[in-house]
Design a protein around this ligand. Sequence first.
Ligand code: TYD
Length: 137
Amino acid sequence: MTSNKPHIIDLPKVTDPRGNLSFIQNSDQIPFDIQRTYWIYDVPGGMFRNGHAFRTQHEFIVALSGSFDVVLHDGVEEKRIHLSRSYYGLYVPPMTWRSIDNFSTNSVAMVLSSTLYDENDYIRNFEEFQKLSCNEK
Ligand code: TYD
């Protein structure tokens, strides 16, 4: 069982000369029920999203267009994952510090979330995150 660690999940890909098609449906491809979808687009060159972690929220991130890097930290080590295709995505469990940078021109990052938007679920301070994640281990 790897679903409690960040990992890449391949999505179905229906190849077609008219254009390929991929899909995600509750909750066959990803290990949570989807409550919310948001996307990040029109990112100016060199811009990055500040890091944060979620107390309870699970996420699945797909590069719908272009590419970017998701930088993950579990409280001990950092990993950089480059997402560049729309037929796979990155599962990010709760209590994972993550930031996004290195956006290519016209990239679109789609994020599926297990919860409705809740500012109280965010941990925005890395030191607080490290303390909490240490206590969990
Ligand atoms: P946020 O998740 O804080 O992005 P980042 O940490 O990368 O800056 O989102 C930025 C703002 O967008 C946040 O202050 C509130 C709003 N927002 C919503 O209203 N609903 C959502 O689902 C998300 C993701 C953000």
